[in-house]
Design a protein around this ligand. Structure first.
Ligand SMILES: C=C1C[C@]23C[C@@]1(O)CC[C@H]2[C@@]12CC[C@H](O)[C@@](C)(C(=O)O1)[C@H]2[C@@H]3C(=O)O
Ligand SMILES: O=C(O)CCC(=O)C(=O)O
Ligand SMILES: [Fe+2]
Length: 360
């Protein structure tokens, strides 16, 4: 068997896919098969799930514990790590251009020196926080490199490390983010108390009575459709090369298909989801497309917590596809791209600014 997946299955040629066609790729399978499947997934959705990823459960569990501990702190304490400029603790504001979402987060530079500095404002036990975060970041960086080397193999590129060396460079500009979304019950006339309770006070502390509600499943559950869901994290593509996401078992993530349909991604706390970023789209001359995605605050009485590793090259690294007859994008450095990214809104298509106009 090529892959194993807990989601509903449809047979599609050589691979199994979820009911919506998003593939699950088993990294322990034969290299030549896996590399081909990854390339296909990068072309079709720019998104896939990986199992047998090699990241120890303990590394994930420790990171989750550190994050839960941080978000359970009183607001005043969390604010010591903020505001996010762009790194640090942020609440509702995303970036510098007016984007807002129903979440709080920490955004960190994924290198040991910066992590040990930031840890001082985040944790009462900074050395534990930074060692746990370093372990997590190292494990997902290794996973990113494995995936990028498989991609190179699947594309029949001679240099198998052509992509992975960009993000394993000591000067790499990768970052790490933990998002925390409050519980959400769609408003109706009967749950004003809960509405208020969840919306205004989630940020103060982990209210023990709320935890009890969670445990007993007694929060009112109202079907959430259309306008009765809120935007947790607005639609966007990730600017980096690759993103590795892990979340708890609370849903909300959706990806956009090429024909514009939003596809809900069932959460899976034991596995990782991989996103193609804008830079990978440029590196492959548009053969891969960065996947648009968003998080809706669904009708859940539980908090969603997600952690993302954004794999980026050094600021002075060139993002350019091998010269062809018609290169879609002009060569640019990651630093140059990042500058445009931060001057634009979350939903904007930044790659458009780097299109070549001299081809037809
Ligand atoms: C509104 C913004 C936040 C963001 C920088 C930007 O100007 C546009 C891209 C945003 C994004 C999305 C993916 C990642 O979460 C992120 C860290 C990134 O590299 O690009 C965020 C930026 C951010 O939150 O700082
Ligand atoms: O929180 C999530 O599940 C995804 C968030 C996201 O896409 C991002 O932070 O770039
Ligand atoms: Fe994202």
């Amino acid at each position: 068997m090529v892959v194993a997946t807990p989601t509903p299955l449809l047979r599609r040629g050589n691979k199994k896919t979820s009911a919506f066609g998003v593939s699950t790729i088993d990294l322990s399978e034969d290299k030549s098969i896996v590399s081909e499947m990854i390339v296909k997934a990068c072309e079709e959705y720019g998104f896939f799930k990986v199992v047998n990823h090699g990241v120890p459960k303990k590394v994930i569990a420790r990171m989750e514990r550190e994050a839960v501990d941080f978000f359970s702190c009183p607001v005043s304490q969390k604010q010591r790590a903020g505001p996010a400029t762009p790194f640090g603790y942020g609440c509702k504001n995303i970036g510098f251009n007016g984007d807002k979402g129903d979440l709080e987060y920490i955004l960190l530079e994924a290198n040991p020196l910066s992590l040990s500095q930031c840890a001082k404002t985040i944790s009462n036990d900074p050395s534990t926080f930074s060692s746990v975060t370093n372990d997590y970041v190292s494990a997902v960086r290794k996973l990113s490199c494995d995936i990028l080397e498989l991609v190179a193999e699947g594309l029949w590129v001679e240099d198998k490390c052509i992509f992975s060396k960009l993000i394993s460079d000591s000067q790499n500009d990768s970052c790490f983010r933990v998002n925390h979304y409050p519980p959400f019950s769609a408003p109706n006339n009967n749950n004003h108390h809960h509405h208020h309770h969840h919306h205004e006070e989630y940020n103060n502390h982990w209210d023990p009575s709320e935890l009890e509600e969670e445990r007993l499943h007694i929060s009112p559950i109202i079907p959430s459709v259309g306008s009765k869901s809120r935007v947790g994290f607005g639609e966007h593509t990730d600017p980096q090369i690759l993103t590795i996401l892990r979340s708890n078992d609370v849903s909300g993530l959706q990806i956009c298909s090429h024909d514009g349909f939003w596809i809900p991604v069932p959460p899976d706390p034991n596995e990782f989801f991989v996103f193609v970023g804008d830079s990978f789209q440029a590196l492959t001359n548009g053969r891969f497309t960065s996947v648009r995605h968003r998080v809706l605050a669904m009708n859940s009485w539980k908090r969603r917590m997600s952690m993302m590793y954004f794999a980026a090259p050094a600021l002075d690294a060139w993002i350019s596809a091998p010269p062809q007859i018609n290169n879609i994008y002009r060569p640019f450095t990651w630093g140059e791209f990042k500058q445009i990214v931060y001057s634009l809104r979350l939903a904007d298509s930044r790659l458009d600014y780097f299109k070549n106009h001299d081809n037809h």
